[in-house]
Design a protein around this ligand. Sequence first.
Ligand code: SF4
Length: 140
Amino acid sequence: MDGIRLRGHHLLCLLGYRGMGYSPEYVENMTAIHNRLRVTPQTPVMLVGGVDDLCDKFPLSQEYHCEDDNVNERDHMILEYLGIQRGDMLPWRNIQSQLATVFHPSDINVLCPTCSWRKYGVCAEGIQAIRDGQGLPKIP
Ligand code: SF4
């Protein structure tokens, strides 16, 4: 089975994903990845630096930020906290378990100060959910 390529900060974005996104194509792709990880948590995930399988569908019509320094720094910081290296391949369930151990809901304010999605509170809720053993939520 093919793995999914993800960058560091998208591990947390997936916890907060509720079906909102940058375009219909972006949402379709992210929902498919989110569902695959939720239904098949043994899915292998390859940690990459820079653009990943979510960035691939970022719409050309919007301001591109996927290679900005502050985004790369966020990836680096999150992987460092997790003790995971770029190039590592792990089952999603192991990554989720590590996320639940390492991060607390309030960490989103420190990790993602410039992100426009932070204000919705869903990413912090997503961390709490996995800490409570709930896993990823079903996307309607
Ligand atoms: S605040 Fe933004 S970057 Fe941080 S986890 Fe949420 S969506 Fe991702």
